[in-house]
Design a protein around this ligand. Structure first.
Ligand SMILES: Nc1ncnc2c1ncn2[C@@H]1O[C@H](COP(=O)(O)OP(=O)(O)OP(=O)(O)O)[C@@H](O)[C@H]1O
Length: 220
């Protein structure tokens, strides 16, 4: 599902953030990306989502080369790759269902269809009873689940998450991880960057450790 061939990324004037990374991730795998601060985890996720291009190498997602980002590839990436970040920023004056619908609206889906699919996505994350609630009335874990629903509403084949449980207490962390595990079991390829060793111990089928931009160790 995801293949990286000799991928390097150098920001102007700096030492490389990634150096010759080779990686293959199968459909439905749940992969943790870990390593010390500055190791290149976020850089790797940004390359996968097409937010940046690698300096060298090829990145193939679902058979499509995304390394050379052209405008034409952006809608394809939006549909096929869902993204969740630690500072997931919901729109404060829009309800849960409207927050989730945003990514469909930009794809030109009709209003009725947006509502139907956004409601379904919220049901999947256990928030079917909070469709019309504003973010400020939701707990931290519920807000994070809305962000996950927003990331998966277009049924992407790949879900990328950067420290998705960084702001959550242990109980909510568990809740979010169980949700991500469940999605991978249903066929979504999930890549999670995290520093949290407890998560790796408990959920990590596969751990890719980065240090200084190089893949150091892999546990499968
Ligand atoms: N936009 C940028 N411009 C210049 N250098 C950058 C940029 N983004 C990242 N870097 C550099 O690339 C290297 C890797 O950073 P990256 O954010 O990928 O690490 P990380 O493993 O995600 O770290 P953390 O765990 O702290 O989030 C660092 O040396 C960082 O300073």
């Amino acid at each position: 599902m995801i293949q990286l061939f000799h991928v390097s990324k150098t920001y102007a004037g700096d030492a490389p953030a990634l150096k010759g990374v080779n990686l293959e991730i199968e459909k439905g795998e749940l992969v943790f990306l870990t390593g010390p601060s500055g190791a290149g985890k976020s850089t790797l996720l940004r390359l996968l989502m097409g937010a940046e291009a690698p300096t060298e190498g090829q990145i193939v997602i679902a058979g499509r080369n995304v390394a050379r980002i052209r405008r034409a590839a952006v809608p394809y990436l939006r549909r096929n790759i869902g993204v969740v970040f630690q500072d997931f920023k919901l729109i404060p004056n829009r309800t849960a269902v409207d927050n989730v619908g945003v990514s469909l609206e930009v794809l030109g889906t009709s209003r009725r269809e947006v509502r139907r699919r956004a409601s379904e996505a919220l049901e999947r994350v256990g928030l079917g009873h909070k469709l019309d609630v504003l973010p400020e009335r939701l707990s931290g874990g519920e807000q994070q689940r809305v962000a996950i629903a927003r990331a998966v509403v277009s049924e992407p084949s790949v879900l990328l998450a950067d420290e998705p449980t960084g702001n959550l207490d242990p109980e909510l962390t568990l809740e979010v991880m169980e949700l991500l595990t469940d999605m991978s079991k249903k066929g979504t390829t999930v890549v999670v960057a995290t520093h949290d060793h407890a998560l790796l111990e408990r959920f990590g089928d596969r751990v890719v450790r980065l240090a200084g931009g190089v893949v150091q160790e892999e546990r499968v």
